[in-house]
Design a protein around this ligand. Structure first.
Ligand code: UD1
Length: 418
């Protein structure tokens, strides 16, 4: 098990380029089997969730080749509609495969999906929507068996703006007979990216980024070469790291409005922020102030994927903060690790009460999930003394070249092979 050795206390300076967005690239991989022509996804991030998705496509019979930073996917020979339980359990995004497998083969079998251990993560919204499109679903022995004669466009109201369910519906409806109208859709920028990708293949999707998405089924989709949007969660993680450590950095590739509420909260902390096109510059000097309250919400609210990092920042600010997690039940599992560093946090259900302390000290930390793990890394960068962050398997799911990027900004981080 690899680990990071981090010597805290270095300020961060410089400019860092963001990777393509994990949460955009994963559904694009799923969408690539909608056509038997070649799909090229440019600048794919070297993260383990992407390797896992590539493995899923290979199991289905697709030819997936990484060429430099690009990936070439050729699924002309794909013939299998079942995804093995080992891979589905490793990667929750494999649930998107339901929509695209149904479009391509009218059948799909997947095990109940896995991913980060941050709560129940049910998939009822996905399954109910697929039923509306004409899919029969049988759940047996931990597997979901889906089939249909043909997919039919439908009116689909979503009770909650689930990102995954919205994307799955797009993938299932894109070649259905007739028009699908999805209301109560998730509005995350990654959904707009998926719409752009599908339309570049010849689909007729409109409205992504708003509550209502209209999908007019088309007869066929063609190959495409596509450059995904950059990772706003990675950008947020680096900006919060600089807020914690002090210094001045610029993240390149992400537009300010895609993490608008985070920037607002960082200004509340006392950071100076300038945005221009796809660059965000942050300056952090001296002791910052706590945010009174941060509450995670679907986009454009505060992203749950930046909750842990924002909590780490508040731990060393002046005052107190209430952090409310509305999306996932158990997303405070990293808190005992921050407490090992001297943080003063009390968790009650979905609320974490943070009382700011003067500083954290180094400790031996276990990264139990992706964003919680990133929060520990950036907390350690700002702490006094040496920390080790053990088990990088979760962090590797979402951050490519994490230590190189941090080092390029002046951080003292070493990856030690375990
Ligand atoms: C996606 C992101 C993840 C992010 C999350 C919320 C990807 C690959 N992952 O995950 O990084 O944290 O959005 O922004 O894009 N829910 C149900 N029933 C369902 C589906 C979801 O009850 O059928 C609930 C979930 O339990 C959760 C909430 O809805 O409480 C949000 O889930 P959702 O938006 O679906 O998140 P994911 O697509 O899994």
């Amino acid at each position: 098990m690899d680990k990071f050795m981090i010597e805290g206390g270095r300020k961060l300076y410089g400019s860092v380029k963001m990777q393509s967005a994990k949460n955009s690239v994963l559904p694009l991989f799923a969408a690539s089997i909608l056509t038997d022509q070649r799909v090229i996804i440019r600048e794919t991030p070297a993260i383990s969730d992407v390797s896992c998705m590539a493995q899923i496509l290979r199991e289905l019979g697709a030819d997936v080749r990484f060429r430099g930073e690009d990936v070439h996917i050729d699924s002309a020979n794909a013939c299998c509609h079942e995804i093995s339980s080992a891979l589905t359990r490793e990667l929750r995004s494999s649930v998107f495969m339901l929509g695209s497998l149904l479009t391509r083969f009218h059948r799909a079998v997947i095990a109940y999906p896995g991913g980060c251990d941050i709560g129940l993560r049910p998939i009822d919204l996905h399954l109910n929507a697929l039923k509306r499109l004409g899919v029969s679903i049988v759940e047996r022995d931990g597997f979901i068996h889906c089939s249909c004669d043909k997919l039919r466009g439908a009116e689909i109201p979503l009770d909650f703006p689930s990102v995954g369910a919205t994307e799955n519906i797009l993938l299932a409806a894109v070649m259905a007979d007739g028009v699908t109208t999805l209301s109560g859709a998730a509005k995350e920028p990654e959904i707009v990216d998926l719409q752009n990708f599908l339309n570049a293949m010849g689909a007729k999707v409109s409205g992504a980024g708003t509550d209502v998405i209209r999908i007019e089924g088309v007869k066929e989709l063609s190959g495409v070469t596509f450059k995904p949007m950059k990772d706003r969660i990675e950008a947020g993680t680096f900006l919060i790291a600089c807020a914690i450590c002090g210094g001045e950095i610029e993240v390149v590739g992400v537009r300010g409005e895609n993490i608008g509420l985070l920037l607002h909260k960082l200004r509340e902390n006392g950071c100076k922020i300038h945005t221009k096109n796809d660059k965000i510059r942050l300056e952090s000097h001296g002791r910052l102030r706590c945010n009174r309250r941060i509450e995670t919400m679907p986009f454009p609210g505060f992203p749950t994927d930046l909750q842990a990092q924002a909590t780490a920042l508040n731990c060393i600010c002046e005052g107190g903060a209430l952090i409310v997690e509305n999306l996932f039940e158990t997303r405070f599992k990293y808190v005992p690790e921050l407490q090992k560093m001297g943080a003063d946090i009390e968790v009650k259900g979905r609320n974490a009460f943070v009382r700011g302390v003067n500083g954290l000290h180094g400790a031996s930390l276990i990264a139990g999930d992706l964003r919680g793990g990133a929060a520990l890394v950036i907390a350690a960068l700002g702490a006094e003394g040496v920390s080790e962050v053990i088990d990088l398997s979760h962090v590797d799911r979402g951050y490519s070249d994490f230590q190189e990027k941090l080092k390029s900004l002046g951080a003292e981080v070493k990856r030690v092979r375990g």
